[in-house]
Unconditional design. Structure first.
Length: 117
């Protein structure tokens, strides 16, 4: 299973991403973040894609698409959009669907990692 998560500038939401990383059984973890976001550290191996979130939505989607394409190997990705904003989420979801990759939304709860769709 591959995890794709957006890391927004709001560090308060990074606990959700950290929980998913640490508690999930992931073959690969890909973090998409703004070039203006602070550094994120993880105890597990992650790949980080840095994007320019100041771009218009369609340009941001294309940038994410081009950078994600060589990193995903499966037909499905588990996705967290707990961090970031609507524009960033729309660009990431659109890029994944354009690959094409199926999406399973995941969240970290008191019960562990749960698929919510």
């Amino acid at each position: 299973m591959e995890l794709v998560a957006f890391l927004g500038n709001d560090k308060e939401t990074w606990g959700q991403i950290t929980g998913l990383i640490n508690r999930g059984d992931w073959e690969k973890i890909i973090l998409v973040k703004s070039k203006s976001s602070p550094d994120f550290s993880s105890t597990k191996k992650t790949e980080t894609i840095i994007v320019d979130t100041t771009k218009p939505l369609t340009e941001l989607k294309e940038e994410i698409l081009q950078k994600l394409k060589p990193k995903l190997s499966g037909f499905e990705a588990h996705l967290s959009i707990a961090s970031g904003n609507g524009k960033e989420h729309m660009a990431l979801i659109s890029a994944l669907l354009s690959l094409p990759v199926g999406i399973r939304l995941v969240v970290f709860t008191k019960n562990g990692v749960e698929v919510i769709n």
